[in-house]
Write a protein that binds this ligand. Sequence first.
Ligand code: RP5
Length: 165
Amino acid sequence: MSPTVQVGVVMGSSSDWDTMQHAVEILKQFGVSHEARVVSAHRMPDDLFAYAESAGPRGLKAIVAGAGGAAHLPGMLAAKTPVPVLGVPVMTKALSGVDSLHSIVQMPKGIPVATFAIGPAGAANAALFAVAMLANEDPALLQKLQAFRAAQTEAARAMVVPPPE
Ligand code: RP5
């Protein structure tokens, strides 16, 4: 039997990878089992439904979903599964990702999508949020998350201005 995947990272296009790889990097860093797939809402609607319907039964604990433009991928996934969906607005050329942000964050009442910042920071933070969710039930993962934060604190304390060239 294949090992259980805890977090699914899905995106609307391979062109989203530059952004979404930052989510995958974090999950790798924390040793969280994951998968990364292209599931386009408007080009692969049946696949989207199949992915969402199988997410719970397969044991996924969270889905990090990134899309750009009229970004219905996270919302439609959330409509089809009770597994928490963490939405990442991907930067777009025409509207700088504000279109993606608005279409992901403005879910009508009843079907939530946790929405993160536009671009790489959002992708990384969505993965960190998934780690924090999993850490509620996993003391070893919680320890790693606390160490990650402590390292950030130390790095910030070591900062000097003006920055060395
Ligand atoms: C969305 O359309 C994707 O999430 C991507 O951000 C955007 C552009 O897709 P491509 O035309 O690059 O495949 O579905």
